[in-house]
Design a protein around this ligand. Structure first.
Ligand code: AMP
Length: 287
């Protein structure tokens, strides 16, 4: 595995793959790798001749400085994992390389970025769309792999790629979970032991929602949201920050009776002050 600390090195490496006629898959990450990230690498390995990855904790997608400062950084372990997963090249750029002095260009999906999770985290999806556009332009990959766990992020990236005629195909990969159902996330390590136990509630709510909708016990969006609030606030110290129901194809919010496929995106916040951890999860359900 080739470790590149400059964009030009990474590009030269990828150019050599291209000259050999090989296809290239891209996996972008912020490091602190776990099995969820590696599922993207495994999928890329299966579909592309070469797999290239990036580790970059992107400052423009963080709202609070504390969240950025607290983001876990485990570079050595990350490199070992990528190497064992068969990654061919990894780029670890500096902030100055990604955002050259005087940088003033942003990419924003103006509608999708400002609804749902985007309202909880203003500017977040603008930061994501901007950095992913840069990484797509740097890598020029055939395919790029993203987790369905970050459901709205995946939708934002798909729309950005479509609107800007990006030649890289965007591929979604199912969420990898811990044994108790908690979606794997780099943020999970920041949970206290008590909050880690309580964090199961996200998956429990989504599973319960699926049962309620498919059995016909609940048919109305508001009732489902009320059930989620009761479960989170009744059983844990967490705060339900979002429980959004949208049409998976259009992202239009579903209110009233749920008659077709629904994507639920929820977020729950644990802890307080600088120790606040916001967890997200998602499920598509067809009643
Ligand atoms: P991050 O390092 O959190 O920015 O995540 C990098 C990529 O890994 C994104 O495409 C995420 O959606 C994906 N990812 C993170 N956690 C998981 C998971 N538990 N299962 C599948 N993909 C994931």
């Amino acid at each position: 595995m080739r470790l590149c600390r400059s964009i030009s090195d990474f590009r030269a490496e990828i150019a050599s793959f291209r000259e050999a006629g090989q296809s290239v898959g891209l996996v972008t990450t912020m490091g602190a790798l776990h099995a969820g990230h590696m599922a993207l690498v495994t999928r890329a390995r299966a579909e592309c001749d070469r797999v290239v990855t990036t580790i970059f904790v992107n400052p423009t997608q963080f709202g609070q400085a504390a969240d950025l400062d607290n983001y876990p950084r485990t570079e050595e372990a990350d490199l070992a994992l990528f190497a064992s997963g068969g990654v061919d090249a990894v780029l670890i750029p500096t902030v100055e390389q990604m955002y050259p002095p005087g940088d003033e260009t942003i990419v924003e999906t103006t509608g999708l970025a400002n609804v749902l999770h985007g309202q909880v985290r203003p500017g977040h999806f603008r930061g994501v769309a901007t950095v992913v556009t840069k990484l797509f332009n740097i890598a020029g990959a055939d395919r790029a792999y993203f987790g369905e766990k970050d459901y709205q992020q995946l939708a934002v990236i798909r729309r950005m790629a479509r609107d800007l005629h990006v030649p890289t195909a965007v591929v979604g990969v199912p969420t990898v979970r811990e044994d108790d159902g908690l979606a794997m996330s780099s943020r999970n390590v920041r949970l206290s032991p008590e909050h880690r136990k309580e964090a199961r509630i996200l998956y429990r709510v989504l599973t319960e929602a699926e049962e309620a909708l498919t059995s016909g016990r609940i048919t109305v969006a508001g009732d489902l949201a009320a059930m989620a609030g009761d479960m989170v606030h009744g059983e844990t110290s967490g705060r339900l920050r979002a429980f959004d129901m949208v049409d998976p194809a259009t992202f239009i919010p579903i209110t009233g009776r749920i008659i077709g496929p629904v994507a639920i995106m929820m977020s729950v916040e644990f802890g307080s002050g600088d120790d606040t951890v916001l967890l997200i999860d998602q499920k598509e359900i067809t009643p």
